[in-house]
Design a binder for this molecule. Structure first.
Ligand code: HEC
Ligand code: HEC
Length: 344
């Protein structure tokens, strides 16, 4: 009898091992915060945590302000932050780059069009709290000294955008803290990073045991960029030929639909209606080769000037938000539509 018992125990044990039921390391869920892991591995804590002691601060209010431009406090609706825009006019609030370590406008366009999201001039606000510097690169050329206090301060970066990009009023304290609180809910999660099975196991092992923290931290940090680079480009020297780049019209149609029409369709943010009529494309084609403010090359690379908050304006696209090749693709699409040749 005893023999039978031991052997059946043994059998169960063998089966357990066989199916991998030996006590293993605790697995981390895919939606585990990247910043929590980094802090556990000894990274410098992120400085921009929301201050919940300011009355009215909540992530839900923050979300409303970002999406609708206002929220209410004690039953009173606040004044709209901007007459012209909301934050999501120019920024996505979901992830938009398939590979956060190597973002490119080409990969992004493919990703957003597959997910029916817009392709925009502003960087995604998803994962913004995981970044450590703001208005990088050439943005000091545009905003000068205004950029200095924002470079390492997310609160200042948000206020600058509320006033300069959104052309609106300064955010109140509870609004600013609420936006931050919301941003902390759309931080990067473990599954957003492209990790090999081995890397993931090392991170889990390190989190469970405290061993190899430095290694785990370095792996995590190599999987996303903690700032958005920004390079300003000039329009092509020769606007007639677009400097000779050959465009791909089908790609151009995605730019037109997911970027230009996000703001210009149904006169959403602009009086200039960019619909799908042949006349519209003929107009754009006619202007493209000129130095007119309505040339696509002009508006894409320089934007339009904000007129002291009185009117909406168009932000420029940096190299990181639209490549020269993509501009040529857009031109090819406009040309095909203007000539009635397009299959799209
Ligand atoms: C009219 C377009 C527009 C609107 C509206 C707008 N932004 Fe921006 N924002 C930009 C552009 C363009 C940049 C600079 C490029 C970038 O995001 O990297 C920027 C930059 C930022 C940055 C710094 C990003 C970084 O990584 O450097 C933050 C934070 C930000 N905006 C928050 C907001 C918030 C919050 C709102 C709403 C209150 C808002 N923005 C409204 C266009 C806009
Ligand atoms: C974030 C919103 C937004 C996006 C995206 C956008 N525009 Fe604009 N655009 C505007 C606003 C606002 C204006 C200026 C206000 C107006 O004229 O109504 C403008 C102005 C223009 C003008 C006229 C310039 C002038 O001086 O009046 C052209 C041409 C134009 N846009 C083309 C485009 C094209 C092409 C794209 C896509 C590559 C595009 N826009 C993407 C918001 C946007």
């Amino acid at each position: 009898m005893l023999k039978l018992l031991t052997s059946s125990f043994l059998l169960v044990f063998v089966i357990l091992i066989f199916f991998g039921f030996v006590p293993r390391e605790e697995k981390l869920p895919g939606d585990f915060s990247v910043y929590k892991l980094l802090e556990a591995f000894g990274d410098t804590p992120l400085p921009h945590k929301p201050n919940f002691s300011i009355e009215g601060t909540s992530a839900e209010r923050g979300r409303e302000i970002v999406i609708n431009g206002m929220s209410d406090l004690a039953g009173k609706k606040s004044r709209r932050q901007s007459k012209h825009f909301v934050c999501t006019s120019c920024h996505n609030i979901e992830r938009e780059d398939p590979d956060l370590a190597h973002p490119s406008p080409e990969a992004r366009l493919k990703y957003v069009s597959e997910h029916d999201m817009p392709f925009l001039q502003g960087s995604a606000l998803y994962g913004i709290i995981n970044r450590r510097s703001f208005y990088n690169g050439d943005y000091d050329k545009k905003y000068g000294d205004l950029v200095k206090p924002t470079r390492h301060n997310l609160r200042e970066a948000i206020q600058l955008c509320a006033i300069e990009c959104s052309q609106g009023r300064k955010l109140k304290d509870f609004e600013l803290e609420s936006i931050l609180a919301y941003f902390w809910t759309i931080d990067l999660k473990l599954d957003d990073l492209i990790l090999s099975e081995q890397e993931r196991q090392l991170i889990e092992h390190s989190f469970n045991t405290g061993e190899k923290k430095r290694e785990a931290m370095d792996i995590l940090k190599s999987k996303f960029m903690d700032y958005s680079p920004a390079t300003f480009l000039a329009p092509p020297e020769d606007r007639k030929t677009g400097d000779g780049l050959i465009g791909d019209a089908s790609n151009g149609s995605l730019i037109y639909k997911y970027s230009c029409q996000h703001c210009h369709f149904d006169n959403r943010y602009s009086f200039l209606l960019l619909d799908n009529e042949r006349l519209t494309f003929q107009y754009l084609l006619h202007k493209a080769g000129t130095y007119d403010p309505h040339s696509i090359y002009q508006v894409i690379r320089y934007g339009t000037p904000p007129k002291g908050g009185k009117e909406a304006y168009m932000p420029q696209y940096t190299k990181e938000k639209m490549s020269d090749q993509q501009m040529a693709d857009l031109r090819a699409y406009i040309e095909a539509e203007a000539k009635g040749e397009s299959q799209m």
